[in-house]
Write a new protein. Structure first.
Length: 256
């Protein structure tokens, strides 16, 4: 799908006439958007009912895992494809507030109903249960929030759903937390809520290591990732040097 740089000062009425969508200063074409939606409705979603099932309940994670498989097999290396390859679970708390949810609704009313007499519903409760099961595996948990909103709260509130202890250990709250946001706390929205505030709810542990980065995520996140990768590469290089030195010493001793 093509996105291109436009301008926030564009005439939106004219853009609509030209079938161009605008996201601030980014433009994208309606036709390509429509082609993808049509593929979801007529090809992708029907796969879940082709075995004759009439009432299918899927979590968003199950839908995105199947989509990740499709993309990976096509040679894509984006987030969904990489998550499928690495067997990393994806959770989506606001599935219906997305293009995927809108198209699923259309598919249920048209293609799935008319061709298969079937219906797919999204099981958000089971999705949350799956996330809780993942959380319970670890006593010390970390969270990185890019932006905020529903995904932030969906993740944070697991601490309020978990049992207080497991094997005598306090498992409530995240021990490490980083948030990148451009929002601020005084407006009362969740995206701007501080990590200190989350301590009062038990979402983050008292004494946890936490910080908020007030920045555009497209600037801050690449810098953070670059730093982490550079640090890892430096550590790997030290280990390689150590290994080479060890082999060299052994060879010298053997020669003597």
């Amino acid at each position: 799908k093509s996105h291109w740089i436009g301008t926030e000062y564009a005439d939106d009425v004219e853009l609509a006439k030209k079938r161009i969508f605008r996201i601030y200063d980014v433009f994208l074409g309606y036709d390509e958007w429509y082609d993808f939606d049509e593929w979801l409705e007529t090809v992708f979603y029907p796969r879940f009912v082709e075995d004759g099932k009439k009432d299918v309940r899927l979590t968003p994670g199950e839908i995105f895992r199947e989509l990740g498989k499709e993309l990976y097999n096509r040679g894509d290396r984006g987030i969904l494809a990489t998550a499928y390859k690495k067997k990393i679970d994806i959770y989506c708390p606001a599935f219906m507030d997305s293009g995927y949810g809108i198209v699923l609704n259309v598919a249920n009313r048209l293609t799935l109903k008319e061709k298969y007499n079937a219906y797919i519903s999204v099981d958000q409760t089971r999705e949350y249960d799956n996330l809780l099961k993942d959380m319970m595996k670890y006593e010390n948990r970390s969270v990185i929030v890019v932006g905020g909103g529903t995904p932030k709260n969906f993740t944070f509130q697991t601490s309020m759903s978990l049992p207080t202890t497991k094997d005598g250990q306090d498992i409530c709250g995240f021990k490490y937390a980083v948030q990148i946001t451009t929002d601020s706390p005084q407006w009362g929205g969740l995206s701007g809520a501080t990590l200190d505030e989350a301590v009062s709810w038990g979402k983050i542990k008292d004494g946890s290591q936490r910080t908020i980065v007030y920045s555009d995520a497209t600037l801050a996140l690449p810098l953070i990732v670059t730093y982490v990768l550079a640090k890892k590469n430096k550590k790997d290089e030290k280990e390689k040097v150590s290994t080479r030195e060890g082999k060299r010493i052994k060879l010298v001793v053997h020669a003597r």
